[in-house]
Design a protein around this ligand. Structure first.
Ligand code: ZN
Length: 227
């Protein structure tokens, strides 16, 4: 077994210097000229960004990145009922990204606000591939519904809030379905998030790290070389 690294499955920060972490960095639209082979990127059309610029251009850009193997996942993308962008438009754009994830066999990193029933319905239509709900903070019932549809849940700094639903529901989530992330917050490092999760799960932190690494290799179909 290769030595397991920490997986930060969704971040907006740059982790190039820390060799103990594999980070999937959310690429901002201008990143293409600065792409580096030492980092993994995801790219997608976030529901908040649908209305800035031409959607076809962005989809073409995404297609190009995926076809040139410059990204390892599509996202973040998804559905958000707390914004003004018409929901039907959001659904169209999301569905096009689901199609691309199928075409290129790339995982989807999903942003979901108050639209879980729609995500579950879409998953029924598209049961294949690795779908990761990022920033998951839901309760046990919702977690179990998503997991029963073969989805993964990525959890971040909410684990440090003892009043958060996720700090109580995490123990009901199979570790085969878990990921962790720093997202756009840098209060806690990915190592601290793993540490907190292993406390809440009552698990040895090395065992947790190995399992999450396995989830990553399986989900992203990665060939990882030991440095
Ligand atoms: Zn994010």
């Amino acid at each position: 077994m290769l030595s397991a690294k920490y997986i930060d499955v969704h971040t907006h920060q740059n982790h190039t210097t820390d060799q103990s972490i594999i980070a999937i960095q959310n690429a901002e639209s201008s990143f293409i000229s600065s792409i580096s082979s030492s980092l993994y990127y995801s790219y997608g059309i976030h529901p908040w960004r649908i209305l800035d610029g031409h959607i076809d251009e962005k989809l073409n850009h995404l297609y190009t990145l995926a076809s040139q193997n410059q990204i390892v996942a599509i996202g973040e993308c998804g559905l958000d009922k707390a914004i003004d962008t018409p929901f039907e438009v959001q659904q169209q754009v999301f569905q096009q990204q689901i199609n691309l994830s199928k075409t290129f066999k790339l995982p989807l990193i999903i942003h979901c606000v108050r639209a879980y029933s729609e995500i579950l319905a879409l998953r029924k239509k598209f049961p294949e591939g690795c779908w990761i709900i990022h920033g998951f903070e839901g309760n046990e019932t919702l977690a179990k519904q998503l997991i029963s549809k073969n989805m993964h849940l990525s959890i971040g700094s909410a684990l440090f809030n003892p009043k958060s639903k996720i700090s109580r529901s995490i123990e009901h989530i199979s570790i085969l379905r878990l990921f962790f992330e720093t997202d756009d917050r840098n209060i806690y490092s990915i190592q601290e998030i793993y540490e907190q999760a292993s406390k809440l799960l009552g698990l040895n932190s090395d065992d947790l790290k190995v399992q999450i690494f396995r989830n990553f290799v399986a989900c992203f179909q990665m060939q990882i070389n030991d440095p």
